[in-house]
Write a protein of this length. Structure first.
Length: 190
């Protein structure tokens, strides 16, 4: 087994306010020189999490599972507090639907390659539903590994059919579970 030390040992040696930059040195140097140090990914000794310095997007940490064990989890939008009641919403999935029943589709870059999606967005990214109304549904991407839920909104808007697909066609071709779940949650597969 490689040499190891506990989180408390690391705090004792480095101080509990220390962070360890996790990005390549040239990237760290460039961000620090530009005054954008808070955008760097770090291991934070105070929280025991991997996170961005500004707390945006997500963090990776060990959480207590309700089943009585600890596990590594993605903590979406760590700067937002969980509400006393209701779901902890960390983003929106906006489903644009035109009068002919097409859903607007776009392609994004994912960790596994290109992904066909609708319009999912974290709170940090900010492509959110603008009306401020109640969501049409709530979905979870992986409730055993991800802390946070996504609010689903239907947006009836006209757009050219070429910008979209029929919902069943989209579900058959996409691998984006968030967007597929949103289509199903809205009952667009009937």
């Amino acid at each position: 087994m490689p040499p190891s030390l506990s989180l408390q040992d690391a705090r004792d040696r480095l101080g509990d306010r220390a962070v360890i930059f996790l990005e390549p040195a040239d990237f760290v140097d460039a961000k620090v020189a530009a005054g954008r140090e808070a955008e760097l990914w770090v291991f934070d000794l105070a929280t025991g999490q991997i996170r961005r310095g500004d707390g945006k997007f997500h963090a990776l940490g060990v959480v207590a599972h309700p089943g009585g064990w600890n596990l590594g989890a993605v903590i979406e939008e760590p700067n937002t507090a969980s509400p006393a009641e209701g779901p902890h919403i960390v983003g929106h999935i906006v489903v644009d639907v035109n009068p002919r029943g097409f859903v607007r589709v776009r392609t994004a870059k994912g960790l596994n390659g290109p992904v066909m999606e609708l319009k999912p967005s974290s709170l940090s990214k900010g492509e959110l539903e603008a009306s401020g109304g109640a969501p049409d549904g709530i979905v979870e991407a992986n409730p055993q590994r991800i802390v946070g839920t996504m609010a689903v909104f239907r947006n009836d808007v006209d757009f050219p059919d070429e910008e979209g697909m029929m919902p069943r066609e989209f579900v058959a071709q996409s691998t984006d579970g968030r967007s597929i779940a949103a289509v199903a949650k809205l009952g667009l597969l009937s």
